[in-house]
Design a protein around this ligand. Structure first.
Ligand SMILES: [Zn+2]
Length: 172
């Protein structure tokens, strides 16, 4: 592998920096600091770095590499195959668990039911967790709502049955 293709030749390793748990690195081109994680550093060069020269990008990502938009952070969904390699597949039970957690977040936080169908949310999830399928609104208001409702009801019932006195306050 040529030196230009090694990610750490494009970043200065800073080690542990005050206030951070993980080791940090600084981009050699724009001085942006981020965690020492190869995937994130590649993503920084690929998408976000405003100062890195095109010839450096081509040496690293290949001759045909071209940014969608060289001066702005790209908000388009893009191929994340290198970004989170370890997350490239999600098994069915994990997919279901994530959907349930997502639904719980929507219901408990009073987020709109259209939340998973909002374009910026889709883009965000695509980027951080490309293989997670956001539940549709239909799924959210169907089986997921039923499941969260049942779970919550069970928890509340347990609470009530363990309590001697109860004051109920609601906020419409
Ligand atoms: Zn940079």
């Amino acid at each position: 592998m040529s030196p230009k293709k090694q990610i750490w030749n494009h970043f200065t390793q800073l080690g542990i920096v005050n206030g951070f748990v993980k080791k940090r690195v600084r981009c050699n081109y724009c001085s942006y600091e981020l965690s020492e994680a190869a995937g994130r550093c590649k993503a920084h060069l690929r998408n976000d770095c405003l100062k890195v020269q095109n010839n450096v990008l081509r040496q690293y990502f290949g001759d045909n590499f071209q940014r969608n938009n060289s001066n702005n952070v790209s908000l388009e969904p893009y191929n994340v195959e290198n970004l989170f390699d370890h997350l490239s597949t999600i098994q069915e039970p994990q997919q279901d668990e994530l959907k349930l957690l997502f639904a719980q977040a929507v219901f408990y936080c009073g987020l709109p039911l259209t939340f998973p169908e909002l374009e910026p949310i889709k883009i965000l999830f695509k980027r951080v967790y490309s293989t997670f399928e956001l539940p549709t609104r239909r799924r959210l208001t169907g089986s997921l709502l039923d499941q969260i409702y049942t779970d919550t009801k069970t928890k509340i019932n347990q609470c009530i049955s363990n309590t001697e006195f109860l004051t109920l306050i609601s906020d419409g």
